[in-house]
Ligand binder design. Structure first.
Ligand SMILES: [Zn+2]
Length: 162
């Protein structure tokens, strides 16, 4: 089901839209392997016409499949806009495309979703990374080596003093 509105129907009253939109219809290019859109966008919005613009208000829910940037664990997250508000001008430079009285609302939803996608998804806020990754001991063993060499240098100096 497309997320669109016929502006003629808005001349007298606001219109409620409710339904699901396939993720493919959103055509979201997340440009990120860590965040993928899964399932459908659920929307429950009202659209009204105020002067020369449309005002959409309502709720959006979108399921995401994320990969934690620290531990690489896959997890699901729902992106929710509790009180989504969008103004769509019908006049001027940024006016919406109106095709046979119908305005496609999908690009406006897409834009706000792209802005809200997590940049660095974490499975939980305190994720400590890979639990099996051993702490690296490299700096300490390096110090130990130079220490040994230092000792042998002093030992050589002692021999020279004799
Ligand atoms: Zn994690």
């Amino acid at each position: 089901m497309a997320l669109e509105i016929n502006v003629r129907q808005l001349e007298n009253a606001a219109i409620a839209l409710e339904g699901d939109l396939e993720a493919a219809a959103l055509d979201l290019d997340t440009r990120d392997d860590l965040v993928r859109v899964s399932g459908q966008l659920r929307y429950r919005v009202t659209v009204e016409r105020l002067g020369e613009s449309l005002v959409i208000q309502g709720r959006l829910d979108l399921s995401l499949q994320c990969t934690c940037v620290r531990c690489l664990r896959a997890f699901d997250r729902t992106l929710t806009f509790e009180d989504w508000v969008c103004h769509i001008p019908l006049e001027g430079e940024d006016r919406a495309m109106i095709n046979h009285d119908v305005v496609d609302l999908t690009p406006y939803v897409r834009e706000d979703i792209l802005l809200a996608l997590p940049q660095h998804p974490l499975c939980e806020s305190g994720c400590c990374g890979l639990p099996s990754a051993p702490r690296t001991e490299a700096p300490q063993s390096g110090l130990g080596l130079s220490g040994d060499r230092g000792m042998s240098v002093w030992a050589d100096l002692d021999k020279l003093n004799f």
